[in-house]
Design a protein around this ligand. Sequence first.
Ligand SMILES: Nc1ncnc2c1ncn2[C@@H]1O[C@H](COP(=O)(O)OP(=O)(O)OP(=O)(O)O)[C@@H](O)[C@H]1O
Ligand code: SF4
Ligand SMILES: [Mg+2]
Length: 476
Amino acid sequence: MTMPAQTDGNAPAGDPGGEVLLKVTGLQKHFPIKKGLLQRQVGAVHAVDGLDFEVRAGETLGVVGESGCGKSTMGRLITRLLEPTGGTIEFEGKDITHLGVADMRPMRRDVQMIFQDPYSSLNPRHTIGTIVGAPFKLQGVVPEGGIKKEVQRLLSVVGLNPEHYNRYPHEFSGGQRQRIGIARALALNPKLVVADEPVSALDVSIQAQVVNLLDDLQEELGLTYVIIAHDLSVVRHVSDRIAVMYLGKIVELADRDALYKAPMHPYTKALMSAVPIPDPKRRGAKSERILLKGDVPSPISPPSGCRFHTRCWKATEICRTTEPPLLELKPGQRVACHHPENFEDQAPQDTVLLTAAKEASELLGEAALEKSAETSAAVAAEVSGETPEPAGTPEITKTAKAPVTAEAESAEAGETGEAPETDVTPEADAAEEPAASAEAEAGKPAGTAEAGAAEPEAPEGTGKAPGKAPGKASDK
Ligand SMILES: Nc1ncnc2c1ncn2[C@@H]1O[C@H](COP(=O)(O)OP(=O)(O)OP(=O)(O)O)[C@@H](O)[C@H]1O
Ligand code: SF4
Ligand SMILES: [Mg+2]
């Protein structure tokens, strides 16, 4: 199923039009590391280390990045579930950075969070009615017609059967549970909803339904979203703008279309090259992926200068010593890089690549992809007991091409610190693939409890979600 885009993408870059709802400046969260009997602080995890961004009313800001880069911490900071170490958070012009519990209470209505795991985020001992009705009780709000009536209305808004008010979470599938989480988040009619990986625990077909639901709700209720995901293909479908995070920092923040068309940060480019994008126009185009080598460094002692310099194929001395600021290099496109892609070099005097840069990444050519497809086909055949397919698969174009190393490309670039040319076209071999398979490839854990949820779920109530009323869960 194709998930529709949030907007038509014609809005001016970086300007979704609305008022600034949330403004974050220099936001930091350092988790202390304590040791010994006296629990002395011996260090800190720099989970979020100086974020600057704003979210405008009515827009969806997608936040992406590898595991551990601080996305969830950022989400918990802006919903004030965590106390920031530094920086400020303003909501509708009001500084909420250090508001106490009592002062935060009215704010809690306006800012809600949807959590990643629909299995652990709902109390198994409470009925759906109690769970969705809890925000009213916590806030001391009595909706017109009573809590029960309002909860039933909310259940039907998210495509669940209002009659199931008295059922327990285990009686629902993962997708339905995520709808329950959404209903709970919507109870108090919030202005901002922060969704942390709202679909990554769900089966691919169910992901599409939940994304559609979020999309519809945004339109109907005028919601503003911050949607966190590690999966660029999901974020692409839902976001107006996208922030790319690396080790606690935003390295690029741009309008969705600008980011996909011409990413400026090398890390964004590498991330995007791993995501197959269905585009029939790219059929037959060259297919290469940037394979970053090495692990993400520890957030306990992040690298000096640009945090990406230990894995960047363009890194020069200035990258090691000087942190690049997040600058608006193109209208609506902010990037933190001394040698950005698709733009003039910000440090042209610095031309000598760091030794590590030459080893930092590899351009995976079609020959390599073909080889890996061959291996996967052989493994799949072994599992199913069928004869392995001959070399290559239908999806891989058979124009064999030796893998090109970053070093070779750098040499071609004449030691100028120039990156491999922008003809890195990850999308090509995905041209025929539907969006859903892109997500599957992007690392969704296999064999989740949702695996059996292929049956239509969540059903009566919205026109969008197909299927029938949730029965007793057989797929929990
Ligand atoms: N309560 C905590 N105490 C100490 N360290 C923490 C705590 N919460 C998160 N961290 C660390 O902060 C860093 C960022 O974590 P976070 O959960 O925000 O990452 P993430 O981008 O959401 O990752 P994922 O994609 O895996 O969910 C990680 O190194 C994590 O280990
Ligand atoms: S070129 Fe330098 S500043 Fe830019 S991402 Fe690479 S290491 Fe960082
Ligand atoms: Mg997370």
